[in-house]
Design a protein around this ligand. Structure first.
Ligand code: FE2
Ligand code: FE2
Length: 483
């Protein structure tokens, strides 16, 4: 492995390990895009705190054994860079019609449009989440949490840079146009929204933020994993490094929800409340009742399932055949990696019942990735439920049925309960506030969102973390707020 590729060049305006200083044309294009990005960051990035010193990690290397350093940085001065995982020697296309051929270092002409579309869709989600989260700094439950929010935000900004680099380097003029469009669309905008539904929703409070980083960033993880398999090597290398950063985002979600659950259980124990459904009594303690946590979970999980697209999809089949987008852990799967003759069981509506039906494996790739996602989601939930059972409370957080609250795919035109029982419209209207956060639930959670900015202090509704970031103590000043 080449040392220059491992370490990042910080001498240019745009830190990188892709030798930008000798790639004048791309450097010029990126430098031309940079001011618009900074404008976007000021307009749509975190509201306030832009002059605060935040204890952030910045990548200085792509060596998995040690790649980041922590220091106080003002967010607008964060060094957003272009970092690709090291090139693997003799890498081949690991699936599809070109299985076994050398991986492409340039865009194959016949797949240009498809590749550009996938890169643009991925790129669009990155700034979208920053826009969705921009108000949250003002109500952070601690400096620790505020720091984590800003870390996620600057890294989503870097992921935008990662996609913009690919567009500008490999797609010429239309790549540059797409890069500009990525700064023009806005989450939730009526005229020019972000491309995917979940990225136009609001993130109104910190419980939503934790659910978002747990469920929606995890969709991102699955998409990045399948693009990391790509036969287009620069895309694969880009996504592999992004996954390194992405792990922290899901850590923030998993531990965030876990700490909320923990605080609720502790408060219930102290007050001698056994029944988690005594919502008013639990809320009187200044914590978030478990049924409301379940409703938030139902919302974010179902919105995130929609991100996988239709269960049966020819686009997914084409991208796989082309060697552009593979399966989760493709190279570890033991089969022919072509899937011409295999099938996969897909959830479908058959005569008013939800059933698994075998479909050609190629067209069922979205379903397969979504199944892998569901399994991945279930893991962290075991830890949340452990906290509840250890506290001696009789309650379990569960993932709702796939058919629940869907806007895309096989179940978009029906209503189902979280248990997967199909119901009519009248029953849905009557019951939906039992399953999804109501306005009153939202108002209650919003009422708890009072900022806590004293060093080492935490809001009433969330437990402190077990360990700090970068092995720092609990009372470490993660953000030095300007006065
Ligand atoms: Fe990202
Ligand atoms: Fe992320």
């Amino acid at each position: 492995m080449n040392v220059n590729v491992m370490n990042v060049d910080y001498s240019t305006k745009i830190p990188n390990n892709v030798n930008l200083s000798e790639d004048r044309q791309v450097l010029k294009a990126l430098e031309g895009w940079h001011p618009g990005y900074i404008d976007w960051w000021h307009d749509m990035g975190p509201e306030g705190f832009q002059q605060s010193l935040v204890y952030l990690r910045t990548a200085y290397s792509v060596d998995p054994r040690g790649w980041a350093k922590f220091d106080y940085v003002k967010m607008p001065d964060y060094r957003w860079g272009i970092l690709l995982a090291p090139q693997e020697e003799n890498r081949v296309v690991p699936f599809g019609e070109h299985f076994g051929e050398p991986a492409w270092q340039e865009v194959p002409g016949e797949y240009r449009a498809m590749l550009r579309r996938l890169i643009v869709i991925q790129g669009d989600t990155e700034p979208a989440s920053v826009e969705q989260q921009r108000h949250l700094g003002k109500t952070a439950p601690s400096l620790y949490d505020m720091r984590n929010l800003f870390q996620v935000n600057v890294e989503e900004g870097r992921h935008l840079w990662a996609m913009v680099y690919l567009l500008q380097k490999y797609f010429g003029r239309d790549g540059r146009e797409e890069a500009d469009e990525l700064l023009r669309r806005r989450s939730g905008d009526a005229d020019s929204p972000r491309m995917l539904g979940a990225f136009n929703e609001k993130t109104p409070d910190w419980l939503s933020f934790f659910m978002f980083t747990y469920f929606t960033d995890r969709d991102g993880k699955m998409q990045l994993h399948s693009l990391a398999q790509s036969g287009f090597d620069p895309l694969s290398r880009t996504c592999r490094f992004m996954l390194t950063e992405e792990a922290h985002h899901m850590f923030v979600g998993e531990t965030g929800v876990g700490r909320v659950v923990q605080r609720t259980c502790e408060a219930m124990r102290e007050a001698g409340i056994d029944d988690p459904n005594e919502v008013a009594r639990v809320r009187a303690l200044g914590v978030i009742d478990l049924p409301t946590i379940q409703k938030k979970l139902n919302l974010h999980y179902s919105l995130s399932l929609d991100l996988f697209g239709s269960e049966v999809s020819t686009n997914a089949a084409n991208a796989f055949n082309a060697g552009i987008k593979g399966r989760y852990h493709e190279t570890q799967i033991e089969d022919d990696h072509r899937l011409q003759n295999s099938t996969y069981p897909v959830l479908k509506l058959v005569n008013g019942e939800i059933k698994r039906v075998d479909e050609p494996a190629l067209t069922a790739l979205n379903m397969r990735l979504r199944d892998d996602y569901t399994q991945d989601c279930a893991k962290g939930m075991l830890r949340w439920n452990k906290v509840i059972s250890t506290a001696g409370i009789d309650y379990r957080l569960t993932l709702p049925n796939t058919a629940f609250h869907r806007a895309i795919g096989e179940f978009k035109d029906v209503h189902a309960t979280p248990e997967g029982v199909l119901i009519d419209d009248a029953a849905w209207q009557k019951r939906k506030s039992d399953w999804l956060p109501s306005i009153a639930d939202g108002d209650y959670v919003a009422s708890l969102m009072q900022p806590v900015m004293d060093v080492g202090e935490f809001a009433s509704w969330i437990a402190p973390p077990k360990v700090g970031i970068d092995n720092r103590p609990g009372d470490f000043e993660y953000v030095k707020i300007e006065t």
